[in-house]
Design a protein around this ligand. Sequence first.
Ligand SMILES: Cc1cc2nc3c(=O)[nH]c(=O)nc-3n(C[C@H](O)[C@H](O)[C@H](O)COP(=O)(O)OP(=O)(O)OC[C@H]3O[C@@H](n4cnc5c(N)ncnc54)[C@H](O)[C@@H]3O)c2cc1C
Ligand code: FES
Ligand code: FES
Length: 493
Amino acid sequence: MATPKIRSELRFLLNGEDVALRDIRPDETLLDYLRLRRSLRGTKEGCAEGDCGACTVLLGKLAAGKLVYESVNACIRFLGSLDGCHVVTVEHLRGEGGNLHPVQQAMVDFHASQCGFCTPGFVMSLYGLWMRSPDPSDAAIEKALQGNLCRCTGYEAIVRAARAISSYGRSAKDPLALERKHVTARLAALRDGMRVDIASGGKRLIVPASLDDFAALLEKEPSAVVVAGSTDVGLWVTKQMRDISPAVFIGGLDELRAISEEKGVITIGAGVTYSEAFPMLAKRIPALGRLVDRIGGEQVRNMGTIGGNIANGSPIGDTPPPLIALGATLTLRKGSKRRTMSLEAFFIAYGKQDRRPGEFVEAVHVPMPAKNAHFAVHKVSKRRDEDITATLGAFHLALAKDGTVGAIRIAYGGMAATPKRALAVEAALLGKPWTEATVEAALGAYDSDFTPLTDMRATAQYRSLAAKNLLRRFFAETSGIKSPLTVTRPEAA
Ligand SMILES: Cc1cc2nc3c(=O)[nH]c(=O)nc-3n(C[C@H](O)[C@H](O)[C@H](O)COP(=O)(O)OP(=O)(O)OC[C@H]3O[C@@H](n4cnc5c(N)ncnc54)[C@H](O)[C@@H]3O)c2cc1C
Ligand code: FES
Ligand code: FES
């Protein structure tokens, strides 16, 4: 393909202003830019790892020509990912006649702020929610605030404020809503089809012009670091001080952001975020939708991609086990060449995936479970929300007409060095009657499949027991048993 035109300037909107930057490094975060270069200190730094939400800002981007605003964590969002976006910080909130904004006034009146450190982050998350859903349900409020931590208020006051925002003003009259047309036009104008290539301080960042451009770039520079949502790569920088130059930012590539269904297979582009995937998954594979809702907080789901979750090869990534249980395949691309492989085969060993130099993950293809099949995924973590998995089990079962196990795929996370199928357990179940006795007899096979580790999330003993209990739970669910079967507690060490 012909090389696209190149510009050495990153362009985006910040509140009401056009920004053009030439002197930026690939590892410069939006949070540092706001606080250190622009003195916009309303956006706070708490954890610098996407957990606390103190750094929450809204990010406006064009999706299929429509302007959407999402909450994101500025601490792990790199400037390089912002080309053609609108960044909205708490300083941009304006009430009528210089008064507080409705979200802020509700927070004050309901005593939803004490030390105040978390408050701008909560305000921005609630602002994003109120803009798209002026009278949200309690469940929607809880979901929008999963990624905001407060040490002082106990949350009740914040939730009460969230319920009341609409009585302080109408979202349709909000300045950001009134600016919509104007901002949409400005963002569209920023999309000039050029590649961004910036070298500064001996480091380099690239924003490809298109998917083909990305493929060509990576083939030529296979050591470049691919950055999608940066919810993993962000921490390489903020926690491990790793050098990510040269970095290629792919989060804005529309061609990677498509999700579609054809002939019973859902194809998810590698750049589809959890939030973008949620509506389709919740409708078509509800168990997967529920799992997606438990990944990170809303800000992380607005940034993180399923492609990144697969490509990073983590043994505790939440999506690979259920996708393996469903028999998903992966399209990998290098230059103009593509190959498709089973997702299961992609994970070779700890930190090692079947991804060749210059190759990238283009899409994952997920077969829908058959109508009469049972599919479930259960995540065990210390907290329900915004926590990393200790162990996660995914189960996909088709019963034969005579009630025996006709087909079964079981895969776990957190039990081995990679996401892994429980092949010995599957073999112990296959062809047998789907009964409690069969399940109990198959539990012994777990020790051939897995030798889990002890770490800060769980002991090996806990993981083994939890994994077995998840199979028991799956049996109970598929047999119409409401309460779990015998749940054995781990013995004291
Ligand atoms: C606060 C917090 C909570 C989290 N909670 C969870 C959780 O509950 N469950 C969970 O599973 N994960 C969780 N994560 C981890 C993270 O969100 C996921 O792994 C996410 O899916 C990574 O996607 P990303 O787009 O952000 O990837 P990035 O950070 O952009 O990239 C991750 C890795 O994949 C590579 N990569 C990305 N896209 C491609 C591609 N298309 N082709 C080739 N390589 C690529 C990158 O080079 C990098 O090695 C959490 C992270 C944070 C910060
Ligand atoms: S500073 Fe805690 S999420 Fe960003
Ligand atoms: S008010 Fe103190 S952390 Fe939330």
